[in-house]
Design a protein around this ligand. Structure first.
Ligand SMILES: [Zn+2]
Length: 217
């Protein structure tokens, strides 16, 4: 006998019952699927997902990953909101040592460190707390440090239209520390500069001396 075609099988599926069930949020469905996936991963790694310590691990891991990648859904316009103010100053503004946690897209392992963000206003300034939130919005994704750095720069250029933006990120990559070359003390520095920081050597020099990088740890 010929096996039933998929099409045919689909057509004979019972119609969904009309009794109203509370519809699961799509995000709940995704979380549950992630959980199943993590459970399977534990088995493949030789673990027993039913042992006490691991019982809730798929749920916790799925939630954690959703949080650590929540930047995809971040609404940058909303984050900045009304926190842009007219201001005549055109002196460098620096927010230094912003804690930064991200996931490398090659290994899905963390990289973490500090971001330093500077800009030169052009009639407008931004509420200082918004800058770390912009960093988080781009860090909470699967990233490479190079792209993260330039995305933050681009966002500030777009939002503030300042005379210049500079973003410097220093970070440790667990994929380099725990595996691969296993280097514990090397950190990666990336920088992205636009406007006066790129075009004017004196402004850039002022920034670098204000940041006083290199003397850390
Ligand atoms: Zn990596």
């Amino acid at each position: 006998m010929k096996p039933r075609s998929k099409k045919y099988q689909n057509r004979t599926l019972p119609k969904p019952s009309s009794t109203k069930q509370p519809k699961a949020e799509p995000s709940d469905a995704i979380l549950r699927e992630l959980e199943q996936n993590v459970r399977r991963k534990l088995v493949l790694l030789g673990e027993d997902p039913d042992r006490e310590g691991l019982m809730d691990t798929p749920k916790r891991y799925a939630k954690a990953m959703r949080f650590l990648t929540s930047g995809y859904k971040a609404d940058l316009e909303k984050i900045v909101g009304t926190a842009i103010f007219n201001e005549g100053s055109s002196e460098i503004v620096i927010i230094k040592d912003i804690e930064m946690f991200s996931l490398c897209e090659h290994h899905m392992l963390p990289f973490y460190g500090k971001a330093h963000v500077a800009y030169v206003p052009n009639g407008k300034i931004i509420g200082l707390s918004k800058i770390p939130r912009i960093v988080d919005a781009y860090a909470r994704r699967l990233q490479v440090q190079e792209r993260l750095t330039s995305q933050i720069t681009a966002q500030l250029m777009k939002t503030l239209k300042p005379l210049g933006v500079a973003v410097i990120i220093e970070s440790f990559h667990l994929c380099m520390m725990m595996r691969g070359v296993e280097k514990q003390n090397s950190y990666t520095i990336t920088s992205s500069m636009q406007g006066v920081f790129r075009d004017d050597a004196r402004t850039r020099q002022e920034l670098l001396s204000l940041l006083n990088l290199g003397g850390r740890r």
